[in-house]
Design a protein around this ligand. Structure first.
Ligand SMILES: NC(=O)c1ccc[n+]([C@@H]2O[C@H](COP(=O)([O-])OP(=O)(O)OC[C@H]3O[C@@H](n4cnc5c(N)ncnc54)[C@H](OP(=O)(O)O)[C@@H]3O)[C@@H](O)[C@H]2O)c1
Length: 353
C-alpha cells in the first residue's frame, strides 16, 4: 500500500515564492499541501479565487479550493515552508517552529547562531544544530533557513574550491533578476532599458558577504566556526525575469589554476544523504565550456531549475581565477531550496511522520 504523504503548510502562499512552492509541490512524492496562509488581505477566501498567479498556467486544482488561513495560527502539519516577508517571518516562524519543522526563505533568522543556514549539497551536517535549538528553546519542531537567492549559487560554486584549496578573497558582482523583488516588485519605469546598482540599500551586499561564511563554516561541538574568506559584493538589478548571475573573482589560500579548478569540479559530488532526495538535481553543478554561457534565459531551467551553472572559468590577472555563476532565483534560490531543505530534514529524521 502507498504510504500517506506528509502534510505541509505554505506560509505566505500568495507571493512570488509561495506560488513557486505550490507549483513545485504538485505531484511531490513525499509532501502534500494541506494549509496555505496569507495576510489580512487574503485570509478567509479560497486560494484559487484570490491569488494573482504570476507563473505559467494556473494554480493546481489541488489547492484552488483551500481557504487561506492566518499566518499566526499554527496548523497541524509536519512541515511549514515559509515564504513570509522578513517582519512577518520574525514574528510567526518561532510560533510554528515550537510545534513543527519550519523551512524558511526569509532572512530574519539566517545568521542566528542556533539556526542552520543550509544548502543540502554543501553543509547537510549543520542540521545537527537542531538538537541544541530544541534543547535551548524547548521546541518540538525546528527552524532551518535557506540562503539569500544569490548566495545559493555562489556558495555551491565556492564549496568544492574551498574544501580543496581554501579561499582567501572572493569578489562578486551580481546581475539579479526582477522576480527576486517579489510581486509587483521593481516599477517597470525603473527597470526597462536600465540597470539599478543597488538592492535593499546595501543590505543585499551584506547578506552576500556574510552568509557564505556561515554556510562554508565547520560544525563542531554545537557551534559553527565561520569560514574566514574575505568577501566583497556589489549588486545590480537587471531586466531579466528569472535567473541571478554572479561574476566572481577569487584568490585561494594554496594556489589555484584553471586546470586545478576544472579537475576539482569534475571530481566533486554532493554528499550521499542528498543524492536521492526527490528535488535533488542529477548534477548540482554544471560546468559550461562554451565562451558565451551560462545565460539566464538559456540555462536557468537546467536540472528543473535546481542546477547551478558555472562558466568562463579563466585566470585572473589580480586574483587566481574568474568565473560566471548562474542560478534560478525563485527555484534553486528560494522555493526549491526550501523544499530540498525539508526533504533533507525528513531524510535526517528531524521531520516527517
Ligand atoms: N523572490 C525571490 O527570489 C526570493 C528569493 C529568496 C528569498 N526570498 C524571500 O522570501 C520571502 C517571500 O518573498 P516573495 O518574493 O514571495 O514576496 P511577496 O511576493 O511580496 O509575497 C509575500 C507573501 O507574504 C504574505 N504576507 C505579507 N505580509 C504579511 C503579514 N504581515 N502577515 C502574513 N503574511 C504576510 C503575502 O500575503 P498576501 O498576499 O495575503 O498579502 C504574500 O503571500 C521574503 O522573505 C523574501 O525576502 C525571496
Amino acid at each position: 500500500m502507498k504510504s500517506p504523504r506528509i502534510p505541509v503548510a505554505i506560509l505566505g502562499a500568495t507571493g512570488a515564492v509561495g506560488q513557486r512552492m505550490i507549483q513545485l509541490l504538485e505531484n511531490h512524492p513525499w509532501f502534500e499541501i494541506t494549509v496555505l496562509t496569507g495576510s489580512d488581505r487574503t485570509i478567509g477566501r479560497p486560494y484559487g479565487e484570490l491569488v494573482r498567479w504570476v507563473l505559467d498556467g494556473a494554480p493546481p486544482a489541488s489547492v484552488a479550493n483551500l481557504i487561506v488561513q492566518p499566518s499566526d495560527v499554527v496548523a497541524d502539519v509536519a512541515i511549514a515552508l515559509s515564504a513570509l516577508p522578513t517582519d512577518a517571518a520574525k514574528l510567526y516562524e518561532p510560533l510554528w517552529a515550537a510545534h513543527t519543522a519550519v523551512c524558511s526563505n526569509a532572512s530574519s533568522y539566517r545568521m542566528t547562531s542556533d539556526v542552520p543556514l543550509i544548502i543540502p549539497e554543501v553543509n547537510p551536517e549543520h542540521v545537527n544544530l537542531i538538537d541544541d535549538q530544541r534543547k535551548a528553546r524547548g521546541w518540538r519542531g525546528a527552524l532551518v533557513t535557506n540562503p539569500n537567492c544569490s548566495v545559493i549559487g555562489i556558495a555551491l560554486a565556492l564549496k568544492p574550491l574551498y574544501d580543496a584549496v581554501g579561499l582567501d578573497i572572493v569578489q562578486i558582482a551580481t546581475l539579479q533578476a526582477v522576480s527576486g523583488a517579489g510581486y509587483p516588485g521593481v516599477p517597470s519605469l525603473d527597470i526597462i532599458d536600465n540597470i539599478v546598482p543597488n538592492i535593499a540599500n546595501g543590505v543585499e551586499e551584506e547578506k552576500i558577504e556574510a552568509e557564505p561564511c556561515k554556510i562554508l563554516g565547520r560544525y563542531d561541538n554545537s557551534t559553527i566556526s565561520m569560514a574566514t574568506m574575505r568577501m566583497s559584493a556589489q549588486v545590480t538589478r537587471v531586466p531579466v525575469t528569472d535567473g541571478h548571475t554572479a561574476l566572481i573573482s577569487l584568490k585561494s589560500v594554496r594556489g589555484l589554476s584553471v586546470a586545478d579548478a576544472n579537475a576539482i569540479y569534475a571530481s566533486w559530488q554532493a554528499p550521499q544523504i542528498v543524492r536521492n532526495l526527490p528535488s535533488s538535481p542529477a548534477q548540482p553543478l554544471i560546468i559550461h565550456t562554451h565562451p558565451e554561457r551560462p545565460q539566464p534565459r538559456r540555462d536557468r531551467d537546467l536540472g528543473a531549475g535546481m542546477s547551478v551553472s558555472i562558466g568562463r572559468i579563466r585566470s585572473c590577472p589580480v586574483n587566481d581565477l574568474r568565473m560566471v555563476v548562474l542560478s534560478h532565483n525563485t527555484i534553486r534560490g528560494a522555493a526549491g531550496g526550501a523544499i530540498l531543505n525539508a526533504e533533507l530534514l525528513v531524510a535526517a529524521g528531524y521531520a516527517g511522520k
